[in-house]
Structure formats: C-alpha cells, structure tokens
Design a protein around this ligand. Structure first.
Ligand code: SF4
Length: 395
C-alpha cells in the first residue's frame, strides 16, 4: 500500500482552521477520490467499516433525529468538546431554543448564557449569527449543500460535510481531528498532517471512503472508529474492523502516525479582579469586547498582573484604568485556577470599595444579582470566584 508524506506547513482545512482559509479550501472540495487513490481498496475498507458500524454505533440523542437544526447544534457543540460534556448543554440549549427562529430572535446575552461553561464562545456567537442568516435568507431551513453551509459563520468544511451527510444523507466527506488520524493510519500517511498537501491527500482519502448512498453512515462510522477504537494513544488494533486493510497496523506504524506534536510550555498569568458589591447584593460586571476570548461575556473588572507588580498594586492600577475610580481594598476573597486551551490563569479576587470617583453603570457595565436569572454569561473563573465568595459569606 502506498504511503504519503506532506511537506508544506500551511494548514487549509479542519475544524480549527482560520475561517477564511477554510473557505478557500472548500472551493477545491473533492467530489470523488483522485486518480492516485483509485487503486486503494476503498470498497473493502468501507464495507468492513459499515458492517462494524451497524452493530457498534454509539447511541447519542442527536443521532435519533434528522432535524438539521439539532444536528447542526450538536456538530458545533462537539467541536473540541467531549460527548459527555456536550449532552447536558445540548438538552438545555434545545429546550431554550428549539428551532432556528427561536435562536435567531434571541439576544446574544441569552445565547451566551445558555452556552456558559461550554467554552469556545465564538461557537455560540457564530451559531447565533448564522441562525439570523438562515432565518432571513433561507426561510428558517438550513441549506443542505456544503457550499451554502460553509457560507454561514462558524461552519468549516468538515462541519459542513458532517451536517450535509448526517442531516441530509448526502455523500459528503468529513475530516475532523479523529477522522484525520484514522485515515492517516489506515493509509499510512506519514509526516505532518497539518500541511496543505497532507490536507488535500486526507480529504481525497475521506472522499474515497464514501460509497454511493452511504455518506451518513460513513461519516458516523469514521467518527466512532476514531473515538472508540483508533485512539490517539494505544489504538485497539486487535478489535478494529479495518485492521486487515490498515497499512499502519501491517507495518507497525500505528504509534508513529500521526507524529506526536512537541509539547510547548503553557504560559501562566496572574489576574486580579475587583468585587464591588452593591446595596442589593449585586456585583459590578463589565462586558468583554464582542470578539476574541470570552467575547461578549460579563466579568469582574480585572487585569493581568505585571511580573514586577504586587497583586494589590496591579488591582489599583487596573481599576483606575478601567473604571476611573480610586479604591480601598478590603480583603482578599478567593483564588481560582483555570486552564484555557493555550494558557492558564490564577484569578485573585478582592472585595473593594470606592474612595474617589463613581462606578459606571450602563454602556457595558451592569450590576449582576446572582440567582436572579438576569441572563448574563460569566467566564468560568469569574463564576467560580463569585460562588466561592458567596459560599463563604453564607457559611
Ligand atoms: Fe487504527 Fe489500528 Fe484500526 Fe489501523 S488497525 S485503523 S491503527 S485501530
């Protein structure tokens, strides 16, 4: 069986790629495997895979529906997130926004609030924006063609293929992180899988796996094989339905493909946060900028501590810069540690009062009353800090 090595370092597709680049990649979406792949035993591999899938398919509630909206929501939630984590969010989200129209007419605060805790909030913002487009341009019906799906915010090539195949039964290829690994191993695609040439090759292999009329099952079967059998570490080759055709298994390469990414040191930052409690018990929160990390969420006035600064000095400076007031620090109320995808933080919370100036209200500043159902979404660390403080106060 032939092997393949990618060379260029530019990644063009996949769930995490830059959207503009993903869209450019879509223009080259393969309808079928290219000439160099036609010799490969796709039919045999696909038949084994589908036979296995008929008895081993994972049960998930979004697989019990053909409602494109529900499948779309599930596919977005599953990006970079485990199935077990998604399940309660998926239920709550659909109870609150059961269809495109209800999502399109919701406020961004409502949507972010339903998403709170799931992370990667750009997904929620894009889903909301896309629902507005589907409601306005497609009469509330999600389009079925990958090209139309990819024109919507937050839908890349693989997600478009997955929605198209799973919701509409079209014969479309997918290439999420699990499927990339599975295909690379089956066909012994060596080298960096994130290069543009490797991406093209893997998309081609994925297209080759789709036999006529089996797009939905092929997509789901590849996902299941990656999630439960062809694991990143120690794949279960002896239980694998395609081991007889797997080039990596035959050559003993399954631990080498894909190559391990070098581990980079994860930076850590100390963040200082000011808790101002109003007369009614509410806390002053500031809305974060609409885009970027935690975009649109509401958080305590906070900032990063410079390396040479004490926590208290950094806090006074942050508050003066953000709110234009001078403060007295009453006491430290708690410390919360949190890990994001590329860095870690320790959030230090201090109860504060104003000694000079006036706290803002309106225009991105609001008093948040815990438990009052005000529909504000908070970052995980801020929510934990607030709960920690309230728990101590009430104990
Ligand atoms: Fe993956 Fe092993 Fe199956 Fe090959 S035989 S697809 S490496 S689990």
């Amino acid at each position: 069986m032939p092997t393949f090595s990618g060379r260029s370092s530019k990644r063009i597709n996949g769930r995490n790629a830059d959207p503009a680049v993903r869209r450019a990649g879509a223009l080259r979406a393969p309808a079928r495997a290219d000439r160099s792949s036609r010799r490969l035993p796709f039919a045999r591999i696909s038949a084994s895979l589908l036979r296995w899938f008929r008895t081993a398919a994972r049960e998930m509630e979004w697989r019990e529906t053909r409602d494109p909206y529900r499948i779309w929501v599930s596919e977005i939630m599953l990006q970079q997130t485990r199935v077990e984590t998604v399940v309660p969010y998926y239920r709550r989200f659909l109870a609150r926004f059961p269809d495109v129209q209800s999502l399109a007419s919701a406020t961004m605060d409502d949507v972010l609030s339903a998403w709170e805790g799931l992370g990667y909030y750009a997904r929620a913002r894009n889903l909301h924006r896309a629902a507005g487009i589907v409601a306005g341009r497609f009469g509330g019906k999600l389009p079925s063609a990958p090209e139309d799906l990819m024109a919507l915010p937050g839908i890349g090539r693989s997600t478009a293929g997955a929605i198209s195949a799973i919701a509409f039964g079209r014969d479309e290829a997918i290439l999420d992180a699990n499927v990339r690994r599975v295909l690379a191993r089956i066909f012994a695609v060596r080298g960096n899988l994130r290069t543009s040439s490797a991406e093209r090759r893997l998309w081609d292999l994925s297209a080759g796996m789709v036999r006529k009329g089996n797009g939905r099952d092929t997509a789901l079967a590849l996902m299941d094989l990656g999630a439960g059998v062809c694991l990143p570490k120690s794949p279960h080759c002896t239980d694998c339905p395609v081991s007889a055709c797997c080039a990596s298994f035959k050559e003993g390469l399954q631990e080498e493909i894909p190559p391990k990414a070098s581990r980079k040191a994860v930076p850590h930052f100390d963040i200082v946060a000011a808790l101002f409690q109003g007369e009614g018990g509410g806390f002053l929160l500031l809305r974060r900028p609409p885009e970027g990390l935690l975009g649109g969420l509401w958080a305590f006035p906070s900032g990063r501590r410079p390396p040479e600064s004490s926590l208290e000095t950094a806090l006074r400076h942050t508050v003066r810069e953000k709110l234009g007031v001078r403060i007295a620090i009453q006491r430290k109320v708690g410390t919360v540690r949190h890990a994001y995808s590329h860095f870690r933080i320790t959030l230090h919370g201090f109860l504060c009062s104003v000694v000079e100036g006036k706290l803002p209200s309106g225009d991105g500043a609001a008093w948040f009353l815990p438990g009052a159902g005000t529909g504000c979404a908070l970052p995980c660390a801020d929510r934990k800090l607030m709960e920690h403080y309230l728990g101590k106060e009430n104990s």
